[in-house]
Design a protein around this ligand. Structure first.
Ligand code: IMP
Length: 432
């Protein structure tokens, strides 16, 4: 039995989709445990590019794919994704399972997400507009609707009409948006239609996951977003509304921490961020622009240009600690191929003039990174599949990062395709 958690160690978009897809070959199932269709996991193989927003990437290899209780589900978006996969002849019906307890993203959650963001003006979070925050709010406020709740239509009708009454009152009186008021009858009809299509996939996902572990299966838990978008440990309030850390697996999938065998942190060889919030190593110049164009740094979900900057070792070292990362997959090294010199943030200068190697949990917008410069390799590393074929400057860069962040690299990604990868013996699931 192996239980591998895969998490992003920066602000998301580290290339988790590719690594999950790659390791799924050696696994029996893949589980998502938090977030919703705010995620965008890009996987490329056989000259096709797949972008999955909700369904775990394991589905592409037709392995058991579970949406756990901690995920929030927009039923229309999920059905659309199922349809697209089926059109590509991928067997979804046999492989996808969804938790009865997963909360639904309702039409009013989408509406509130968008209205709140526009009301915040300059202080907006820069959300994906998928209704994620409002859905988790209602979950915690105990006024959410779970997929399994759709089984009891009489009870649902009653609950929904009370919820809509409250939402309409906010639309009218707080947002001044009388014209956006909702009709509970329409919403109920739509939900019931969605439910008919989704019911065959529903299950007690915690039981299924634990049965799999008891049967000695190898499972991958696929994180969405990244460490610093975690609602507790991220750059609050510029975060998503779930626990993106490895610890989120225990509650979001229903397993105990003693089951976890490996936490794999996915780390880009530089840093990117979408949406608002502090970003110490951000490059607001032609170097940042170069990283964006070389790396194709545009959001897989919203198409927004990603903010780009140098690798931040202070940030990733904190991620190693918060997640208990066992090893790292380093992605997009080839994007740095054309640089004469590469910089790494090794410490921060704080507003009071002192320096620190520890990640400050407050006032991150006031730190100045202290950089170390390394020689670039200045040649193509794209597609290299053997570690001894890597340029020596690139190996030195990796070794320096390992040293700074106190974790070993077990996977090196040299391009977007499955085969453009170096899997070291220390990578999870390699010694089965
Ligand atoms: P929300 O998750 O849509 O509420 O957005 C909150 C913040 O998380 C925004 O800054 C988004 O850009 C960011 N975010 C959400 N999902 C992702 C993701 O999959 N990758 C990168 N950033 C994300």
């Amino acid at each position: 039995m192996n239980c591998v958690i895969i998490v992003g160690s920066q602000w998301g978009d580290e290339g988790k989709g590719k690594i999950v897809d790659l390791l799924t070959e050696y696994a029996d199932g893949v589980i998502r445990y938090q977030g919703g269709n705010n995620a965008g996991h890009t996987v490329m193989f056989e000259d096709k590019t797949f972008v999955l927003h909700l369904i775990p990437s394991g589905i592409l290899r037709e392995k058991l794919s579970i949406l756990g209780n901690g995920v929030v589900i927009d039923p229309a978006a999920l059905l659309e994704e199922i349809k697209q996969l089926q059109e590509m002849n991928i067997s979804v019906r046999d492989n996808l399972r969804i938790s009865n307890n997963a909360h639904l993203v309702m039409p009013y959650h989408l509406l509130f997400d968008q209205l709140r963001e526009s009301r915040k003006g300059k202080q907006k979070i820069g959300t994906t507009g998928r209704g994620i925050g409002p859905t988790y709010e209602d979950k915690v406020a105990r006024s959410g609707i779970r997929l399994g709740d759709l089984r009891n239509s009489v009870h649902l009708k009653d609950r929904l009409s009370k919820i809509i009454e409250e939402k309409n009152s906010q639309l009218r009186h707080y947002f001044g948006a009388e014209q956006r008021c909702l009709n509970s009858g329409h919403i109920l009809d739509e939900l019931q239609n969605h439910f008919q299509e989704l019911e065959p996939y529903l299950c007690d996902s915690a039981q299924l996951v634990n049965d799999q572990l008891d049967a000695g299966k190898n499972l991958i838990f696929e994180g969405a977003q990244g460490t610093f978008l975690d609602v507790d440990h991220g750059t609050y309030p510029y975060v998503t509304s779930s626990n993106t850390l490895a610890g989120g697996v225990c509650t979001g999938a229903g397993i105990g921490p003693t089951k976890v065998s490996h936490v794999l942190g996915i780390t880009k060889a530089y840093t990117t961020r979408v949406g608002s919030g502090p970003f110490p190593t951000e490059l607001d110049d032609e170097t940042g622009e170069f990283l964006r164009s070389e790396g194709g740094e545009f959001g897989a979900t919203t198409g927004r240009p990603r903010r780009c900057g140098w690798f931040d070792a202070v940030l990733v070292r904190q991620a190693v600690r918060l997640n208990g990362i066992s090893s790292l997959a380093l992605t997009k090294l080839d994007v740095l191929d054309k640089f004469e010199e590469i910089r790494i943030a090794v410490a921060y200068k704080l507003a009071d003039g002192t320096t620190t190697k520890n990640f400050p949990t407050q006032q991150l917008d006031q730190v100045t990174p202290i950089y170390e410069t390394m020689p670039g390799w200045n040649c193509s590393s794209q597609g290299i599949q053997q570690s001894d074929a890597l340029p020596k400057e690139l190996i030195a860069y990796i070794e320096r990062l390992e040293d700074l962040i106190s974790a070993p690299v077990s996977i090196i990604s040299t391009g977007p395709r499955r085969e453009e990868t170096i899997l070291l013996p220390s990578a999870p699931l390699m010694n089965l």
